[in-house]
Design a protein around this ligand. Structure first.
Ligand code: FES
Length: 94
């Protein structure tokens, strides 16, 4: 199993763990922590859009640019079903 990272939801203080091979959204749903808003789980619908406040992360699949503009991305806004952690992270509702 890969490395595990702690993900904290800034709005509620809830924490859950996520491996480097898992989508942050999938880990959140499995742990039943955080907003638990999801739709397509494939980067298309934009429902899982959140702001990544801190931490290292990577996109492992394309995400719909209709829901995340270039300036959103610069502010750390991303679709969590497309994001894998590379360090502990803090996330927040947009
Ligand atoms: S759940 Fe649809 S874009 Fe993430």
């Amino acid at each position: 199993m890969g490395q595990r990272y702690q993900i904290k939801v800034e709005d509620t203080g809830e924490c859950f763990s996520c491996t480097g091979e898992q989508a942050v959204l999938a880990a959140m749903l499995r742990a039943r922590r955080g907003p638990l808003d999801y739709g397509c789980c494939g980067g298309g619908c934009g429902v899982c859009r959140m702001r990544i406040v801190s931490g290292e992360w990577t996109l492992f699949r394309p995400m719909s640019r209709a829901h995340v503009s270039e300036s959103d991305l610069k502010q750390g806004i991303a679709l969590l079903c497309c994001v894998q952690p590379r360090s502990d992270m803090v996330i927040a509702r947009v």
